[in-house]
Write a protein that binds this ligand. Structure first.
Ligand code: ARG
Length: 250
């Protein structure tokens, strides 16, 4: 009897595995992110786990829809290729739907709005975009901040040098070390670093588009609609506001 039971369990488990299911028989969705973007996503130093607003949002939505989910960390620049290559089912990475990305991925409704700041050392004398003439400005590789630097800032000032890095903390460390003069970082994310490092200051980068965040899916994904439905429920039932208060203290 016992043996029969065991065999049964093993068979069920392997069936589950074959069908790509978790131990409790739910399908596992893989979320791609770039965990360098607190409070959206970062690695909790104590546990090594990826935590943040985006992770909680994904947890809520996938739970509501009856899926398990796991998070895969990679460079921001690799997220759209991972969607295209079918290595992840969706991306939550504070990612902004922009025309070039809409050609390669489908996006949910916006779940958070943000603006871009110029962050530099408080004693750098950089207080306006004009002050960036001849300076080195850092941006995350493949981000819309890279587009802003090239399309909006560079045409306005002479001799701007654009430095691209894979991870946001690298940009912060290089400003502090004096290897770059400033960086373009969205307000929600910059806030944490500005609080942590007193030697930094910031101002709003004018004339740029809002950097709203949305969930990205492979083109034609059937997940888009159900995810949007839950997202809109969350806007109505206060769940989204709850997560915003938890992570952004706005
Ligand atoms: N919102 C910007 C973009 O879409 C930056 C997002 C960066 N996200 C991250 N997890 N590092 O390009």
């Amino acid at each position: 009897m016992k043996k029969f039971f065991k065999l049964g369990v093993t068979a069920l488990l392997s069936l589950g595995l074959l069908a790509g299911c978790g131990s409790d028989d739910k399908q596992v969705l893989v979320m791609g992110t770039s965990a360098d973007y607190p409070p959206f996503e970062s690695i909790d130093e104590a546990t090594g786990e990826i935590v943040g607003f985006d992770v909680d949002l994904a947890r809520y939505i996938t739970e509501e829809l009856g899926y398990e989910f796991e998070v895969r960390d990679m460079d921001f620049n690799g997220l759209i290729p991972a969607l295209e290559g079918g290595r992840v089912d969706f991306v939550l990475a504070g990612m902004t739907p922009r025309p070039d990305r809409l050609e390669r991925a489908d996006f949910s409704d916006i779940y958070h709005e943000a603006n871009n700041l110029i962050v530099s050392k408080a004693d750098s004398g950089i207080e306006t975009v004009e002050d960036l003439a001849g300076k080195a400005i850092g941006v995350q590789l493949g981000s819309i901040q890279e587009e802003e630097a090239e399309g909006v800032v560079a045409p306005e000032v002479d001799g701007l040098q654009i430095e691209k890095r894979n991870r946001i903390p690298e940009l912060i460390q290089e400003i502090i070390a004096g290897r770059i003069d400033a960086a373009i970082i969205e307000d929600t994310v910059a806030k944490g670093y500005l609080e942590r490092y007193e030697e930094l200051s910031s101002f709003l980068l004018p004339h740029t588009e809002e950097a709203g965040s949305a969930i990205a899916f492979p083109k034609g994904s059937e997940l888009l609609e159900p995810f949007n439905e839950v997202l809109n429920e969350m806007k109505e039932n206060g769940k989204l506001e709850e997560l915003i208060l938890k992570w952004f203290d706005e």
